[in-house]
Design a protein around this ligand. Structure first.
Ligand code: MOS
Length: 743
């Protein structure tokens, strides 16, 4: 066997990415390309009363200015199209009419022969507005909250369960109580690659589209539906992304504009957005969370109340799972969970890494720490005392749950037993030292997907599925799965993705790609193996003529007898027998829902953090952190570790830095650039350590993998906040914890 699975294989696409040969959507050059520049609304609410584009159109090389007044008719406005990540409601439609629904809303597209000209021309366009009063302040409008509408999205994002037990009664008779509010700022996705689409207008009017997306098929379906095109007329290609984090789960407006302009002008068009415009198309919503916990003297959690208010737009009910986690993780008998939305005059929020999970756990796990302090019990011991093997919300077992091993191994590695629980008990010079910990949890889902496998005439294996590699290592792990399944060295396996012509794969998000596409790749390679076996049986004097499938295996590029490996035939010899043709197979992989629904399927983590807080300046440094993860089978310890480290970095960033600040007078995110929207940089990151505990799961999917894209961030912010409390004695419940909150 090649035993490719489980090896720390370096990224197979690494060289292409670091040498620049991996091209991004806005880097595909075609002859006579034209360039679009988007104009964004300067007001948050109201309507456009006039757009004067006469000065812009006088410029030589400016081809057209598209506005709501002259937009081409498209099928868009006749159907209610939903993309794969659309929440309940009515998706935003660019240029639908004169209405302004949020600041930064795209209101016009200037197309010119160069990007610079389009941008210059855009500056000459005069837009007049009639403004209406807007509302962008979540905290000021909590009384207007509503229950989210339920839609297809609720399958993956279930509403809170019904209350269990009697929270009020249990809380009032508890020995120790915590009742606090927690506030989180808006965050924006800031992948390095800006959003762009290059639409190539082919001679016959067909469109080849290079798009930045987390799902080539999702973008293709959007274009065909919105513009009323047939499937044959549209191809979306997206082999590489410079970061996604959820920002590419929905087709973004540059795709709409580029396609609209290309069809109207019958020219190839590229539309790329600016960094500022990346702050206009979806964000992690701000939240206000109210948590009340009641515990007994001996350290049992009796009563749990978790209420969250999230914000959404006026046209969609974007929802996240914010409050359900505590009910799953803690065996409290008396639980009430509540989740509400406030509609504001922003664009709809958009999934961002561990949407809802990191938000809810960043509040709940601070509250748990507070309760442990009130009771006077070590926060780790509290969690071990309040451990459950069962998901109490659904009253069903976990398919596997090695969280206890995460607690124990993480604590051991970190040195938690040395901790003096007293706040402000450790110091180094003028730095206060603090240790904090928290739990993480995230879903482990499998979706339907298809894949194709081809044994080429030169004996190599080519596997494909229309998935995405959003920077997670999809290319690499799929190569390993295919290599392992057909006993090939990884050098002879080529995995391709990111093309809507390939077999269907869903959007790459929710940490489900390894499970979803991985299962499809395993399945199609097994099916191809059966086909190869049939061919081998038909070869002249075949030693396999009377052999059954159970008796053979694939190893070292051969098909051979398990009982006697010397009885073998090379894959090359098999394909040579196929009349000079490659051998190919396509297969679908569906989750076994009947079996899976009997279990809750989750990843877990335990996070331990050390901070140093400068007592005079309030500056926080996360000096070290250990995350122990129970994520099922680890396909590649190297890419897996990178996923968790990336999540930990973002967790530090969320805890200490990230905030999209709103000026409510304008209803606008003001710090819409990387100078003022702070993210963690190298100087903020110190010693990060990752442990993967052993976890065997035969339920989640045929590979036993659980997905690692999101679990790394979930527990981190609370662990940082708890460490800051331990260092300083200050409990900050308002993220990010910037310096002023500690002085
Ligand atoms: Mo992730 S927020 O599902 O890309």
């Amino acid at each position: 066997m090649s035993n490719a699975i489980g090896k720390p294989l370096s990224r197979v696409d690494g060289r292409a990415k670091v040498t620049g040969s991996a091209k991004y959507a806005a880097e595909y050059n075609v002859p006579e390309l034209t360039y679009g520049y988007v104009i964004s609304s300067a007001i948050a609410k109201g309507k456009i009363t006039s757009i004067d584009d006469s000065e812009a159109l006088k410029l030589d090389g400016v081809l057209k200015v598209f506005t709501h007044e002259n937009r081409p008719h498209t099928a868009w406005f006749d159907i209610s199209y939903k993309d794969q990540d659309a929440p309940p409601g009515s998706p935003f439609r660019p240029l639908e009419d004169a209405t302004i629904k949020y600041s930064g809303q795209p209101i016009a597209l200037v197309v010119a022969e160069t990007f610079e000209l389009a941008r210059y021309a855009a500056g000459l366009i005069q837009v007049q507005y009639e403004t209406e009063e807007h509302n962008t302040d979540l905290e000021a409008h909590l009384s207007k909250a509503h229950k989210p509408s339920v839609g297809v999205a609720s399958l993956l994002k279930p509403p809170p369960p019904k209350p269990r037990g009697d929270f009020d009664g249990a809380y009032s008779s508890s020995d120790a109580k915590v009742a606090e509010s927690y506030v989180h700022a808006v965050e924006h996705h800031n992948p390095m690659e800006l959003f762009g689409s290059t639409v190539v207008y082919e001679k016959d009017g067909k469109l080849t589209i290079y798009d930045k997306t987390q799902g080539a098929t999702n973008s293709k379906m959007y274009v065909t539906q919105v513009f009323g095109l047939s499937s044959d007329d549209v191809r979306v290609i997206s082999p590489f992304m410079g970061g996604g984090f959820g920002s590419g789960l929905r087709p973004q407006y540059q795709l709409f504009f580029a396609v609209m302009a290309a069809r109207d002008l019958q020219r190839s068009v590229r539309v790329s957005l600016t960094r500022q415009q990346m702050f206009t198309f979806g964000h992690r919503p701000a939240t206000v969370q109210n948590i009340a916990l009641g515990g007994s003297k001996d350290g049992k959690l009796n009563a749990l109340y978790h209420q969250a208010f999230g914000e959404t737009s006026q046209f969609e009910d974007y929802t996240e799972v914010v409050v359900n986690w505590g009910g799953m993780l803690y065996p409290a008998e008396n639980v009430t969970l509540d989740y509400k939305l406030v509609s504001l005059d922003f664009n709809s929020p958009l999934d961002m890494r561990a949407p809802g999970g990191v938000t809810g756990m960043a509040a709940l796990e601070v509250a748990i720490d507070e309760l442990a302090y009130k009771i006077g019990i070590d926060p780790l011991e509290f969690r071990l005392k309040n451990y459950t093997e069962k998901d109490m919300n659904e009253d069903r077992p976990y398919s596997s749950k090695e969280l206890r091993a995460c607690f124990l191994q993480g604590a051991e590695r970190f040195g938690w037993s040395e901790r003096n629980p007293q706040p402000r008990s450790m110091r180094k010079g003028h730095n206060l030292i603090g240790w904090g910990m928290a739990t993480g949890i995230w879903d482990s889902n499998q979706m339907p997907a298809r894949a194709e496998a081809v044994l080429t005439v030169n004996g190599r294996l080519r596997v494909s599925s229309a998935s995405a590699d959003i920077g997670t290592g999809t290319y690499t792990i799929m190569t390993q799965i295919a290599a392992e399944t057909l006993g090939m060295p990884v050098e002879d396996v080529f995995f391709k993705l990111g093309d809507s012509e390939m077999p269907f794969a869903p959007i790459s998000g929710g940490s489900w790609t390894a499970a979803t596409v991985g299962s499809a790749v395993k399945n199609v390679c097994e099916e191809l193996g059966k086909k190869l076996f049939k061919l081998a049986k038909k070869m002249p004097n075949s030693p396999f003529a009377d052999v059954k499938h159970e008796q053979i295996e694939f190893a070292d590029k051969h098909l051979r007898l398990k009982s006697d490996p010397s009885v073998s035939v090379s894959l090359q010899a098999i394909v040579d027998q196929n009349n000079g043709r490659a051998v190919s197979e396509t297969a679908t992989s569906l989750p076994n829902l009947l079996e899976q629904r009997k279990y809750t399927r989750s990843t877990h983590s335990a996070v331990f953090v050390e901070v140093q807080v400068d007592e005079d300046l309030g500056a926080v440094k996360v000096t070290r952190a250990v995350t122990a993860v129970a994520g099922g089978r680890i396909l590649n310890p190297k890419t897996a570790r990178s996923q968790i480290i990336g999540g930990m970095v973002w967790g530090i960033s969320k805890a200490l830095e990230e905030e999209s600040a709103v000026d409510h007078r304008f209803g606008r995110f003001m710090n819409h650039n990387l100078a003022e929207y702070h993210v963690a940089v190298n100087a903020d990151i110190h010693d990060l350590d990752v442990i993967f505990v052993d976890e065997v799961d035969t339920i989640v999917n045929p590979l036993g993998v659980k997905g690692l894209g999101e679990i790394g961030i979930v527990g981190m912010p609370a662990a940082v906040a708890n460490a800051i409390y331990h260092a300083t004695g200050k409990r900050v419940r308002d993220l990010p914890i910037q310096i002023d909150k500690l002085l």
